[in-house]
Design a binder for this molecule. Structure first.
Ligand code: SF4
Ligand code: SF4
Length: 464
């Protein structure tokens, strides 16, 4: 059988198209576009046609290495049989929901923060860990290495943090709860992978234990990754919920909850701890349930039912990428409205509002109690989500406060988040001052107390 290739427009036989794109390159009139849907028969992504400007030049036929990928269609003649003309329709796959199972009661544990985080992950149904050891997060990985194999889980020490985050990407795309534990220099290496995960709408939990920087810095605690976690998750319009624990109990609770949030929004979640918190030992009460994870309908699991699912962050059409980014921004809005969290301690009548998170929040809480004992109306506002910043919860105490004191182990990364959120919310801030230390030194109780006592408003007697 011969075809009049010079005069024919192409017809795609989708079941024979590998999506190699050679025909796209061959067409000078941009009539052939990258595919956007998986052909459920082959699991591949065939190209799409827009033949309005097709000149029937035949170059795409020449370019196609598949004998039946492209067939000619001559006007006036019946088209060849074409099982692929109809766009492939992915059958909807029903999600298998998570099941919450009762956990037998046990005595509280006395464990360090990283162990609590590892146990929180296990209780959330996580059985996949990919990581590269880095102090001060390594103990968590060690515990996962001991516990996961007997649980039929996967513990894999990757060759680098870059490899680890991409393994997390793969596991998340398969719909399984997975995590990695790292510390600041390792977190920096993961940012590109996080951007890909956000773009591809893939869940995963990253526990980042902040240590001194820049560069290798040291292994003492800092809060110098707040900027990265809240504003710098790789290229593009990227955000993830950032949870800031302040106790070993919260290391467990927030890590556990991070998995639920990650799957609810199909987005990575960052648990942002610090070096003291990771190593600090404290009492931890286990929850009364454990999660048996289900299988999301969107997962790429490798079986026939999920074959048409596609996990991908590439949108070559400008219009489609703009639409995808608008969907992403709408998701961020929804997260901001539903997931902003804060812990308020004696803020109701506070003249001096102290703001702190992670370990510095523990110090600040002690300082607030000391100041109260000395007759100074101080209160502590502790953001639990650093992104989205819980500005709505801050609005009421902010309205009454005469001074705002930000306590942090960074030159102002938490302050920047607060100021940005307040600016977007149209909130006016009272005079702001700060107690901050760097390089692994944390603000002390006495430094916070003395700073507040030295404030003008206090010394002038405006605050008794
Ligand atoms: S026949 Fe020519 S103009 Fe038409 S789609 Fe193929 S390469 Fe493009
Ligand atoms: S060259 Fe053939 S196999 Fe490759 S994308 Fe085009 S039609 Fe499909």
């Amino acid at each position: 059988m011969t075809f009049a290739l010079e005069r024919a427009r192409p017809v795609l036989i989708a079941d024979y198209c590998k999506g190699c794109g050679r025909c796209i390159d061959a067409c000078a009139h941009h009539c052939i576009l990258p595919g956007t849907a998986v052909n459920p028969t082959t699991g591949l992504i065939p190209v799409r046609f827009d033949l309005e400007h097709c000149t029937s030049c035949g170059l795409c036929f020449e370019a196609c290495p598949e004998p039946y990928g492209l067939r000619p269609f001559v006007a006036g003649e019946p088209p060849p049989p074409d099982p692929g003309m109809a766009p492939p329709v992915a059958p909807a796959v029903a999600a298998v929901p998570d099941v919450s199972r009762p956990l037998p009661r046990s005595e509280p544990l006395v464990i360090k923060g990283m162990y609590a985080s590892a146990i929180g992950a296990l209780l959330a149904g996580c059985r996949h860990f990919y990581g590269y050891p880095i102090t001060p997060s390594t103990e968590g990985a060690e515990l996962m290495g001991k516990l996961l194999p007997p649980l039929d889980g996967v513990f894999l020490q990757a060759v680098s943090e870059v490899a680890a985050i991409n393994m997390l990407y793969g596991a998340g795309a398969a719909g399984v709860p997975a995590t990695t534990f790292t510390s600041s220099p390792g977190f920096s290496l993961m940012l590109e992978g996080l951007s890909y995960m956000i773009g591809a709408k893939v869940p995963g939990v990253v526990v980042n234990v902040m240590r001194g920087g820049p560069g290798l810095g040291n292994i003492a605690p800092e809060q110098a990754d707040i900027k990265l976690a809240c504003r710098g998750l790789g290229h593009g319009h990227t955000h993830a919920i950032v949870l800031a624990p302040a106790t070993p109990q919260e290391m467990l609770d927030l890590t556990r909850e991070a998995f639920a949030l990650s799957f609810r929004y199909r987005n990575p979640v960052i648990v942002l701890a610090d070096g003291y918190l990771a190593q600090m030992t404290g009492k931890v009460v286990l929850p009364d349930t454990i999660v048996q994870p289900g299988v999301p309908g969107w997962a790429v699991t490798g079986d026939a039912a999920h074959r048409a699912n596609l996990i991908c962050s590439i949108f070559l059409s400008e219009k489609e990428l703009e639409e995808e980014n608008r969907r992403l921004l709408a998701k961020y809005e929804a997260i901001g409205a539903a997931e902003s969290r804060a812990d308020l301690f004696r803020c109701d009548d506070a003249d001096v509002l102290v703001v702190a998170c992670n370990t510095p929040a523990r110090t600040a809480k002690g300082a607030v109690q000391t100041l109260r004992a000395r007759g100074i109306r101080a209160g502590l506002f502790r953001p639990i989500t650093l992104w989205p910043f819980p500005i709505a919860q801050l609005a009421a105490p902010l309205g009454a406060a005469r001074q705002l004191v930000i306590v942090e182990a960074s030159p102002g990364q938490l302050e920047d988040e607060l100021r940005l959120a307040a600016s977007h919310a149209g909130l006016r801030l009272p005079p702001v001052s700060r107690v901050n230390r760097l390089g692994g030194v944390l603000p002390s109780h006495d430094e916070v107390v003395e700073h507040v006592r030295s404030l003008d408003a206090v010394s002038r007697g405006a605050v008794p």
